[in-house]
Design a binder for this molecule. Structure first.
Ligand SMILES: Cc1cc2nc3c(=O)[nH]c(=O)nc-3n(C[C@H](O)[C@H](O)[C@H](O)COP(=O)(O)OP(=O)(O)OC[C@H]3O[C@@H](n4cnc5c(N)ncnc54)[C@H](O)[C@@H]3O)c2cc1C
Length: 470
């Protein structure tokens, strides 16, 4: 049996594992072994539907040491006027280059692909090749890093929770570019980001909105992408942050928090008449919202039970379906809910969100905090987990952890300056643009009101906990 010794064993070479390893290696002398079931790094992006794009700008996605894209502002399509967002091919290629051209040349990183981490014993961690079943024991001198904890669920690798008759055409969005015959109607199943991307893509490709039916149980609140712009437009993101603090300082509960953000234009909903109940931190543009509103056949069913030859059975009743109908399964969770656990534990790091979205930024932050050599208690104070349950009622809890962590990191003598300069930070360069009124006013607002926001959130979260107690 092969044996490997290293400082950190990172399980999962998706966006989380790569951002963590890149930052840790750059700021310490650590050796890292990256293990992944897939043949190369990139995680779910390697299997994504062909028209997928980041929902944030490329300018602050990826790893700290290497830019992604060219910081261009798109002049066409649904992203017109916003910083470019990479698609799956570009992202997959990017992660290969990060590994080949940045990490491996350090001589301190080893990538073990097509291999599964099967757990730990007193001897070390068992890693098994998916090609020939050979076993390797990896001993981590410092820590094992779980970079699979918030792993994304995507349609092409997901088994739907409903049954489908063999005569019906049920595909993942990946199958849309490969249809055997034109569809009479598309039925898009799901209410999340993938379903939104799918509907927008169909409309962009000229499909009549009346030929799209959308099974959408719970509408999501989404950030207006106009407020997530970096670099020369970082003032937009500072406005978002100030509005977030403002809502946090006054909100009575999650739905109230969301409505306050809608009042300032930060949150968007698809249907003006339906209050969203979900929040997963995705972004959308107003142009996309306008397009989505042209789809009038919306079925308000939470669960599809079966797709039969002539009907669709749901928890809200039966709906006709038939020959020539193409069902698109967009019910994979994307970012599934995970139980919170401390990021730093003896011998273990669990990569999680430590900010409101932007996973690579969170994973790199954890990598940098690890490199400081502080004790676990202090590292956990700097990185409280931000848990996305998908439910709007949990917004105050999520915001409380997010703001607490951000304040702790900004004030820290080493983490603060690193954070301000990192390319993965959406607010990078804000202080250099203090003559932008959006930056100056937002910073001033946050300096004055963050304490109030934390107090109100603490009250709101405590009250919610009291209500939940039996
Ligand atoms: C369509 C879509 C768009 C998104 N856009 C954004 C965005 O713009 N910005 C953003 O911040 N987030 C976005 N997200 C969230 C997204 O989840 C993250 O950006 C990120 O790609 C997730 O990376 P990950 O490494 O956590 O998970 P994954 O990409 O799922 O990677 C986990 C890896 O772990 C490996 N693995 C799992 N178990 C084992 C094991 N036992 N042994 C070995 N290997 C194992 C898997 O093979 C996989 O490669 C998006 C998500 C989706 C689905």
């Amino acid at each position: 049996m092969r044996e490997i010794e290293t400082d950190y064993l990172v399980v999962g070479a998706g966006a989380s594992g790569m951002a963590f390893a890149d930052t840790l290696v750059a700021h310490s002398d650590a050796e890292v072994v990256l293990v992944d079931r897939r043949h190369r790094p990139g995680g779910h992006w390697l299997d994504a539907y062909p028209f997928v794009r980041l929902h944030q700008p490329s300018a602050y996605y990826g790893v700290e040491s290497r830019p992604l894209g060219h910081d261009r502002v798109d002049d066409r399509g649904p992203n017109a006027g916003f910083y470019e967002r990479a698609g799956a091919d570009e992202i997959s290629d990017y992660y290969s280059r990060v590994l080949e051209e940045s990490l491996l040349p350090t001589g301190r990183v080893l990538f073990v692909g097509m291999s599964e981490h099967r757990g730990a014993s007193v001897d070390g961690h068992l890693v098994v090749s998916l090609l020939d079943g050979s076993e390797t024991i990896v001993r981590a001198r410092r820590k094992v890093v779980d970079a699979t904890y918030v792993q994304s669920e995507i349609p092409s690798r997901h088994v739907p929770s409903f049954t489908a008759d063999e005569s019906v055409t049920l595909i993942a969005p990946n199958g849309l570019v490969d249809l055997a015959a034109p569809a009479h109607r598309f039925t898009v199943i799901g209410a999340g980001k993938t379903a939104i991307d799918t509907c927008v893509w169909l409309l962009e490709h000229g499909v009549d909105p009346d030929h799209i039916r959308w099974i959408r149980g719970r509408d999501p609140w989404q950030f207006d992408r106009a407020f997530t712009q970096p670099l020369d437009r970082v003032g937009s993101y500072m406005r978002l942050q100030a509005a977030w603090v403002d809502a946090a300082a006054a909100a009575a509960d999650g739905p109230d928090f969301a409505r306050r953000l809608e009042d300032t234009g930060i949150f968007l909903r698809i249907d003006p008449a339906v209050e969203p109940l979900a929040f997963r931190g995705a972004t959308v543009s107003r142009r996309e919202i306008d397009a989505l509103r042209t789809i009038e056949q919306v079925v308000r069913a939470r669960r599809v039970r079966a797709v039969g030859p002539t009907a669709l059975t749901t928890d809200a009743g039966e709906f006709p379906g038939g020959r020539g109908e193409v069902y698109v399964d967009c019910t994979a969770a994307g970012v599934p809910a995970s139980a919170p656990r401390p990021v730093f534990e003896p011998g273990r790091i669990t990569i999680q969100y430590v900010g409101v979205g932007f996973l690579p930024w969170c994973a790199a932050t954890i990598g940098f905090v690890e490199s400081t050599g502080l004790d676990d208690e202090e590292k956990n104070r700097l990185c409280p987990p931000v848990v996305f349950t998908g439910d709007v009622t949990d917004l105050p809890r999520l915001a409380y952890a997010g703001i607490r962590g951000q304040v702790a990191r900004v004030r820290h003598e080493t983490v603060g300056p690193w954070s301000a300069a990192s390319r993965l930070n959406p607010a990078r360069g804000a202080l250099d643009r203090i003559d932008d009124v959006n930056v100056a006013e937002s910073l001033a607002f946050m300096i004055t009101h963050t304490g109030e926001a934390l107090e109100n959130l603490k009250r709101t979260v405590t009250a919610a906990d009291d209500r939940r107690r039996p």
